[in-house]
Design a protein around this ligand. Sequence first.
Ligand code: GMT
Length: 381
Amino acid sequence: MKIGIVCYPTFGGSGVVATELGKALAMKGHQVHFITYSQPARLDFFNENLFYHEVYIPTYPLFQYPPYELALASKMVDIVQFEKLDVLHVHYAIPHASAAYMAKQILKTKGIQIPVITTLHGTDITLVGKDASFEPVVTFSINQSDGVTAVSESLRTETYDFFPITKDIAVIPNFINLDKFKRLQKEHFRMAISPNNEKLLVHTSNFREVKRVEDVISIFSKVRDRMPSKLLLVGDGPERPKMEKLCRELGICNDVRFLGKLEAVEEVLSIADLFLMPSEKESFGLAALEAMACEVPVISSDAGGIPELNINGVTGFVSPVGDVADMVKNALYVLDDANLPTFKANALARAHEFDVDKIVPQYEMFYRQNIEAQLAELPKV
Ligand code: GMT
């Protein structure tokens, strides 16, 4: 198949999933065309089947807000037509689904029919999409997509609960490349960070409010009172200055390292004992899956789709959002040397259920069904 993928090119979860999907499809022999405003962060790989088309956004003094959506729609029209794509797959509804709708209508006037698949990732529904400024467009463009997928049952339910959606939404969960995310031998790194064999807790996120990084720090501070431990924080974002201040107030700076945005997250996860994800909202929790693939159990909130991934009492524990005391109690239980090996093994076994080789065929089948449905709609000649 010739597949167009539209996504945010950043380190965010939806961009990562879209890029890893494109890479996996290219490895299977499909031709994949990324259409976005800059090179996707994880498109770090050469394959003869991978193409990248940059969306150029012209500036003009009149534009306080350059119209990206129009430039994107025009680029989609151009690439679908020139490359003869079979399917367009857009990740994150805003503004990708509405730009794809516009591209589809323009292509129709040129006698070209192409199915549009929209994948809902989370905040496009649970936060931004619900805003009255976007809701009508989000609802319309989901209903106009030929196929819609969500990354968890929870996100599917929340979409139906909030938006008047008339389309079927298929659940295709996120996936993991177990060749990249695996426990690596990084003992020298561990020795440098925790020379006295302190337990290592890790959190990775974009440091937005929704991630509740303050809970990560509170949990760590209380675990550290009971057991020698260190905290590694990977990522960066608006909450970071407040978090640095909190660490100073708690007097724990010597045991907390802010590592910033790292590409090789798996190297940090490889030395970790526990992953913390106390998010307010989380449609799936890809960062937790990456940790589990590196044999790291997870202490999480019960937000959104997390309980579909982190099995309570098996791969870690799930607590109500904001229940720091429960998360501390659970963290201490998992970190106990008598329990840790079992939780590590369970986390890895669970990650195997989301192996890229199991999930990508679900997308391939979904594309085929939508391409066939589109062909069936064409007038018979
Ligand atoms: O977590 C973020 O803030 C980034 C966001 C995104 O769209 O880039 O992540 C969302 O999509 C990921 C991939 O499907 C999911 O694993 C995350 O759970 C989801 N984040 C939220 O729902 C907050």
